[in-house]
Design a protein around this ligand. Sequence first.
Ligand SMILES: [Mg+2]
Length: 317
Amino acid sequence: MPQTQPTPLSIRSRLRGAVYGLLVGDALGVPYEFSNAAELPELRLIEMAPPDGFRRAHPGVPAGTWSDDGAQALHLLKVLLDGDHALESRFADGLQSWHSSGELTPDGRVFDIGIQTQEALANLRRGVPPSQSGPCEERNNGNGSLMRVLPAALLPAADDRVLIDRARRQSLPTHGHPRSLLACALATLVSARLLRGLSFVEALDGAQEHLEENTSESERFELRILLNGRFDPLSGSGYVVDCLWSSVAAVLRTRNFEDCVRCAIGFGNDTDTTACVAGGWAGLLYGEQGIPLRWREQLQGKPLVEPLLDRLLAAWE
Ligand SMILES: [Mg+2]
């Protein structure tokens, strides 16, 4: 029998897959946050509702609820749908509405927030400009801006320079250190290449090459630290470099969406964020149909997502 080639995925399927992949990965990882790898259930038992007897994180949160990662990513998407102008300040406003009134959360509740983001929001409330409100010492390299950066790659962009600019500007209000900015840039260049249909290895190689050729002298050292992070032990922690490479490993070690996000959670620790980053990439790679139907059905808050997706698809017409 002749081999039939799989039909190439449509941009619609990749875009919807990206956003739902991120949200499903986040929601799937929420109950397992703070457990180390050894404390987790077997990967095949990882579901939106953990197996009986597992001491889940955030016990009051209904299964299928995305956390700060998903909410902030949706805010970024909403802001970018209106263009790239004044991105830092419009996005900072979105982060503040999320924090104060639960905007773009499934049930109006904010149950998860990083320490660094809390500090940045306090800076914003004191009147620090959004381009400077993100703490920027070397220790301020949590994964809180990497976790939400995916939409920077989902709107049409003239070239890689535009993508990098968006990635960096969305990070500044909460994460201003060059290592975080470069991690967001790398992730965005990877995502944009996946959207164009490249394989993950091609996307990662191309993204790295672009950054190696286009990073200023002053940030070369930071780029080296970021890229060398691939050789460190992976632990799914809240450190931006570990988060990036744990997510990359989850994609590279698996062949479908389900295995990818379970693998991401399997690193333990900041499970919702690793699965959110890996889930966004897996959604781009395998499309909306690649996300198990039961997880798409169990996801809360879809009425908040659909109008944003309609506008996102219209931006590509
Ligand atoms: Mg979270």
